[in-house]
Design a protein around this ligand. Sequence first.
Ligand SMILES: NC(=O)c1ccc[n+]([C@@H]2O[C@H](COP(=O)([O-])OP(=O)(O)OC[C@H]3O[C@@H](n4cnc5c(N)ncnc54)[C@H](OP(=O)(O)O)[C@@H]3O)[C@@H](O)[C@H]2O)c1
Length: 237
Amino acid sequence: MKYICITGATRGIGAFLTKVFLDEGYTVFAGSIEESEQLLKYKQLYENQLHIVHMDIGSDRSVKEATAYIYSQTKYLDVLINNAGILGDIESTIKTDLDFDEMLTVYNVNSVGPLRVTHALLALLQAGNEKILLNISSEAGSIGNSFRTSWYAYCMSKAALNMQSAMLRDHLQEDDIKVIIMHPGWVQTFMRGKVDSDATYTPKEAAQMIYNTMRRQAAEPFSRNNFIDSEGRQLPW
Ligand SMILES: NC(=O)c1ccc[n+]([C@@H]2O[C@H](COP(=O)([O-])OP(=O)(O)OC[C@H]3O[C@@H](n4cnc5c(N)ncnc54)[C@H](OP(=O)(O)O)[C@@H]3O)[C@@H](O)[C@H]2O)c1
C-alpha cells in the first residue's frame, strides 16, 4: 500500500493532485477546510482509498486533530504534499496602505502552515518507503527573479517557505527524505477569488505535470538545486 497526504485539496491543484494519486493507486489523506464537491465525487469512485480529513493548516489544533486521525489509519506515509496556500492582497504597495494583520495571516498559512504539517507528520514520513516531501511554492518566492512591487505577503511568505524547504532538505537528508520545492506554473485556479482563465495550465494539466516532475526529481541524487518548476527547470532562490 502507498500512502500520501495532500493539503489544500478542496479545489484547484490540490483536488486534481488527489485524483492523480488515487489513479496511481495511493491511499490519499486529502486535507480540506470546506466540503468539496470534487472530493465527494472522488470519494464515490474510490471509497476505500480516499480519506477526506478536515485540516486547517493555519491552526495548531486543527493540524493536531487531523494528523491524529492520519496516525490512527496508517503506520507510514510515502509522500507529503504541502499544497495549501492563499494569495492575500496583491494590490497595495509601499506607497499605499498595507494591511499587516492580513500579511501575518498569509504568513501563517503559506510559511508556518507547511512546517506545522511536516512537523506533525514527520515520523510517518520517516517510516515511509518513498520518503518524498513536496512543498508547492511559487516563482513569486524567488528573490533572484523578483520583479513585483506589490504582492508583499505572498512573495515574502513563499520566500520563507523556500528557506524552510532548504533547511528541511539538508536536515532530512540523513533520513533519506527527498525534499522538492516546486513552482506549479501559472494555473487556472481560484487563488484570485475567481477562476483565473488567463493562466497557462488547467489544474488537471498542472497536477499531472507536478506528478511527473516529482517522480523524475525524486529519482535524482541529492542536490541543493531543488527549487524547480513543474517542467523540472531549476529556479533561482
Ligand atoms: N495558481 C497558480 O497560478 C499558482 C502559481 C504559483 C503557486 N501556486 C500555489 O499552488 C498552491 C495551490 O493553489 P491553487 O492555485 O490550487 O489555488 P486555490 O484554487 O485557491 O487552492 C488553494 C487550496 O488551499 C486551500 N487552503 C487555503 N487556506 C487553507 C488553510 N488555512 N488550510 C488548509 N487549506 C487551505 C484552499 O481551500 P478552500 O478552497 O477551502 O479555501 C484550496 O483548496 C498554493 O500553494 C499556491 O500558492 C499557484
